[in-house]
Design a binder for this molecule. Structure first.
Ligand SMILES: Nc1ncnc2c1ncn2[C@@H]1O[C@H](COP(=O)(O)OP(=O)(O)OP(=O)(O)O)[C@@H](O)[C@H]1O
Ligand SMILES: [Mg+2]
Length: 499
């Protein structure tokens, strides 16, 4: 690694009305390093990088990029300088091919027109050079999230990126996809590209990054070499205390709260049968795409069931809508929290773009006041900042939005709670609070179905773990017998094991 500094931030500050999001941060990034930024939800990570991409203007401070000083950058300028950001929400056009997306908006600037064929050839050449195994003619709408991310990166490469910034890129990726992304990142570093990497998965920082900066409440706490720190140390810098192990939990009772038999949606999953007991956390593991979210959505009445039977506390039920599910005592923390909940904190104009689940799950809330009340109630528990209850949802950091949805479901009196990726995007301190809340819910006699791709949390929290593969349940492990390897082998179908 060279010691030349590509980027230096001097006392960079962003003041929003009522929130000092980034407070006099001095940060220096070396050319060719992978530099991690970590911190709790709302610490200011995304705001910091938005000032680099030109999406947000600093209130004060200086950005020095390759020796030139700037008070602010505009988005076009950032691209020209070679700064590219991969956000969690993509900017690709779904109806266009990979090639068209890569060269979108750039044909005419060079004074000549790139036709489809040429664009395809050029894009394919880049794809082949970086060995990412895509066909440039594929429509972006046919790509997985991971593939879209790779297209974003190839697009950045085609624009001669010097500083590539990734904001929580792995939140929705499978293990395999994460490893492809890491390979690509290492290749980029090998060619002198500098990377800023934001993630709540601390193990990734140790795998991929050379240095790490910790932000807390908008302040820079420390920048250090990854080789010279440990996960507990980073956590202490982030949350200001040590975190214990997974909380201890009483074993479940015998009473069956939810019985599911031969449930099928006639499309993605079939013949799903299981029992959830009082006081039980039932884990469900599967690779992304195996249909586990569809199972949760069907149980919750947000998707139509084609066949099968469901009993809630011994009573046969026919759940036809989320409102109905709610009446039967079911709650859902959905995977797609962006498209969920938050209704009453939002502006009415934004309400119009809400998805159906959102609109339907509305029923859990009576009015804005009660929603604010819920946020206030869980504010401390889930470590939400002071200003959160007053803020419109869109001004909240990604992780804080998720906490609001979690709070909303926890505040209801559902006896059966379906959690789909309960801690995705949530900081390490709040994760532990959520685990403790789950144990508390169980001790109150409720039952939890926890769908998760985070193996440590599944292994640490579940009483039993169901494994799903290609739309079917293929096995079940008791807490004591489950290991990461067993889960993965079964979920990936490498061996036809039946536990
Ligand atoms: N447009 C905005 N208007 C007002 N406040 C904002 C706006 N955008 C962000 N904030 C506030 O600035 C603070 C920092 O938010 P930011 O999104 O940078 O956090 P983050 O570290 O990326 O968190 P997460 O891990 O949850 O993504 C938060 O308190 C947030 O509510
Ligand atoms: Mg963020």
């Amino acid at each position: 690694m060279t010691t030349d500094t590509i980027l230096e931030l001097k006392a960079i500050t962003k003041q929003y009305p009522g929130t000092l999001a980034v407070d006099h941060v001095d940060l220096s990034v070396q050319r060719g390093e992978v530099h991690a930024i970590v911190g709790e939800n709302g610490a200011g990570k995304s705001t910091l990088i938005k000032m680099l991409s030109g999406a947000v203007s600093p209130t004060s401070g200086t950005i020095v990029f390759e020796g030139e000083s700037y008070e602010r950058l505009d988005p076009q300028q950032a691209i020209t300088l070679g700064v590219a950001v991969i956000y969690q929400e993509f900017n690709l056009v779904p109806g266009l091919s990979i090639a068209a997306n890569i060269f979108l908006g750039r044909e005419s600037k060079r004074g000549w027109f790139l036709n489809d064929r040429e664009a395809e050839q050029k894009a394919q050449k880049l794809i082949d050079e970086w060995e990412v195994g895509l066909d440039a003619r594929t429509l972006v709408s046919d790509l997985s999230i991971a593939e879209q991310q790779i297209v974003e990166i190839i697009k950045a490469i085609s624009q001669d990126v010097k500083l590539l910034i990734m904001d929580e890129p792995t939140a929705s990726l499978t293990l395999d996809e994460v490893s492809t992304l890491f390979d690509l990142t290492r290749q980029l570093r090998g060619r002198g590209v500098t990377v800023i990497y934001i993630s709540h998965r601390l193990e990734e920082i140790f795998e991929l990054c050379e240095r790490v900066t910790v932000l807390r409440d908008g302040h820079l706490v420390v920048t250090c070499d990854v080789a010279e720190t440990t996960e507990p140390q980073l956590i202490r810098h982030m949350v200001g205390r040590e975190l214990g192990d997974y909380p201890a939990k009483e074993p479940p009772g015998d009473e069956v709260l939810l019985a599911v038999r031969n449930l099928s949606d006639g499309h993605i999953f079939e013949e799903v049968s299981f029992d959830l007991h009082k006081g039980e956390i039932l884990g469900m593991y599967a690779l992304i795409g195996a249909g586990r979210t569809d199972v949760a959505m069907t149980l919750f009445g947000a998707k139509r069931r084609q066949a099968g039977e469901v009993w809630v506390q011994g009573k046969s039920v026919n759940i036809s809508s989320p409102a109905n599910a709610f009446d039967q005592g079911l709650g859902l923390v959905p995977e797609d929290r962006k498209g969920q909940g938050l209704v009453l904190l939002m502006r009415s104009s934004e309400n119009m773009t809400l998805s159906t689940i959102q609109a339907l799950s509305n029923r859990t809330f009576v009015n804005r006041k009660s929603e604010v009340g819920v946020v206030t109630r869980f504010q401390q528990k889930l470590k939400m900042q002071e200003h959160v209850p007053r803020e419109q949802a869109r001004n909240l950091s990604g992780g804080t939005q998720q906490k609001v949805v979690v709070a909303k479901v926890l505040a209801g009196d559902a006896s059966i709670i379906l959690f789909d990726e309960p801690t995705r995007g949530i900081d390490v301190g709040a994760k532990h609070e959520i685990y403790e809340l789950m144990v508390q819910l169980c001790s109150e006699g409720r039952g939890i179905l926890m769908i998760s791709s985070e193996m440590p949390e599944l292994l640490g929290m579940s009483d039993r773990i169901l494994v799903m593969r290609e739309g079917r349940l293929v096995g079940e492990f008791a807490r004591e017998e489950a290991t990461e390897e067993k889960l993965l082998t079964l979920a990936a179908g490498q061996e036809p094991v039946l536990a």
